[in-house]
Design a protein around this ligand. Sequence first.
Ligand code: NCD
Length: 341
Amino acid sequence: MVYGGSVEFKGASILSISQFERADIDHIFRVADRMEPYAQRQRITRVLDGAILGNMFFEASTRTRISFGSAFNLLGGEVRETVGFEASALAKGESLQDTARVLSGFSDIICMRHPESGSVADFASASRVPVINGGDGSNEHPSQALLDLYTIEKELKGLGRSLDGLRVAMIGDLKHGRTVHSLCKLLMLFDNVSVQLVSPKELAMPSNLVDDMREAGISVEESDKIEPSISHVDIVYSTRIQEERFSSRDEADLYRGRFRLNQAIYTSHCEPNTVIMHPLPRDSRAEANELDSDLDSNPNLAIFRQTDNGLLVRMALFSIILDVTHLVDKYASEVRWYNPR
Ligand code: NCD
């Protein structure tokens, strides 16, 4: 079942940000807040004791796969996973739908990443259990957009601001970046948002998405220059050139390193409280270095707060879809081990 937009989404698959209404986002974020003591290991909950997550990653991943798996473990569930296309029966010619028919017999919920746009929806159509899209090609990455916006909400709260009126610059490979595609869709649910899109012309945000944003009331400006675009924004959201979507490494090299942010550029162009974000991994090779390591001591660098928040948001998604939110605290107990946090 694909979720169609209202606060209750028990048993629903999460395939696209377009499924959500604003009230849903608020609901997910408030449930995420309640997960904090469990993610911080101040308490343990076993609310998903006996449940199994099938974590199916047919494309490279470190944080998304481990984040989904850890979020499930933190709720007391077990995780089974497959990593990589070559190691799976897909490499023997099995259809995604057959794989879904099989794997959904083994799991209570499935997270899936795959290099083709639309593949996760295809898989979900044959699955007997809910499926969460962990990234389908260059199409969407809904849980990343949710954790990004949750982070933005928290960062702005510290400055006495809310999501309405948000000013964001998105930088890099906006053509292939599924995180920015999902984030743009999510921002359409808020008021008075302005977005600066900074990319090489060849890697611009798909025009249908820009049209949709404008139609939703977002003020959108497109540019291929970083400095003027980052000077009056709350959030600078940098992204990696999505090398795996190009026909060759040489082609990706044409764009790598075009838009670099370092402390000197930040100091001379950004407002003092501008928050720096990136879905990660940042490409730290000398020829790219889109977010310089000299920003690591900048307190407004939120990239590792994003990954921490990702756990909370993914715990919230599992708890809402599997309908245990009201039971999380009931199945809680004390932590017995040393906790350095
Ligand atoms: C992103 C992705 O896979 O789309 N990574 C992630 O999940 N945090 C961004 C990227 O790989 O550049």
